[in-house]
Design a protein around this ligand. Structure first.
Ligand code: HEM
Length: 217
């Protein structure tokens, strides 16, 4: 006779709903952070002085020193919450892949993109935050030097689309899951999400080009 030694306890419906709420709230917080972050970094397009002034403000008020680690912790917490549903094992991945092909529904594919980009963002986002936050103060000259070195340019060219896809799809999925995107306006919102993702990738690329050519005395 075999004894089942599994200690897996299925969460109750109410705790599963509570964890879903937390996942959504941390996700929404991170979406707002990423939109603000992209706009703040893009301030370099107005001149190195504009970016330096903003960076100085965030450091003088300790928002970078306190907010940075908080963003990191939120990212990790959001990942742990979302990991409840991510297929990590090979057989689970095989099953979800078969289901996605069988269902042939765009939202299932979007979910797969969401799970894949999450892994990359967790690793690359953590490295990026560590490098920036352990080398304060943030200045346009330091950022430009990093990007002009080449390595960080390639790094950001990978991270940028990963983040923007994840943020765009996440925004759309929150809308579908929590009901403000209804079946009849799904297509419209989907288009809106694609445009938004495109705009942020465009802003990010312009900013990287600006850093590449930036000369500071
Ligand atoms: C509070 C934490 C963060 C700070 C202080 C910060 C700061 C910066 C700075 C100063 C740059 C300019 C490039 C450089 O200096 O190397 C930058 C670029 C970038 N960051 Fe962050 N960052 C933070 C969090 C994140 C997170 C969580 C992500 C995504 C997971 C992220 C993604 C990016 C990307 C993709 C770029 C390139 C931007 C572009 O294309 O113009 N950052 N960040």
């Amino acid at each position: 006779m075999s004894i089942n030694t599994s200690i897996y306890v299925r969460p109750s419906t109410s705790s599963a709903a509570y964890l879903d709420w937390l996942q959504m709230l941390t996700g929404a917080g991170l979406i707002l952070f990423m939109w603000s972050h992209m706009i703040l970094v893009a301030s370099v397009n107005l001149g190195a002085g504009a970016m330096n002034t903003l960076a100085h403000f965030f450091e003088a008020t300790y928002m970078a020193q306190v907010g940075g680690p908080l963003v990191g912790a939120t990212m990790l917490f959001h990942f742990i919450l979302a990991a409840r549903k991510v297929p990590f094992r090979a057989e689970q991945q095989g099953t979800i892949w078969k289901h996605a092909k069988f269902l042939h529904h765009q939202d299932t594919w979007l979910w797969l993109v969401q799970a894949f980009t999450a892994m990359i963002i967790l690793i690359m986002g953590s490295i990026h935050m560590w490098v920036v936050l352990t080398d304060l103060p943030i200045t346009a000259a330091k950022s430009a030097a990093r990007i002009q070195g080449g390595f960080w340019l390639v790094f950001y060219l990978i991270l940028l689309p990963m983040v923007e896809l994840h943020v765009g799809i996440g925004f759309y999925r929150i809308g579908v899951k929590w009901g403000f995107i209804k079946r009849k306006n799904r297509k419209k919102f989907h288009k809106f999400e694609n445009i938004l993702t495109g705009i942020f990738i465009f802003i990010g690329l312009i900013t990287l080009i600006r850093f590449w050519f930036l000369t500071t005395a």
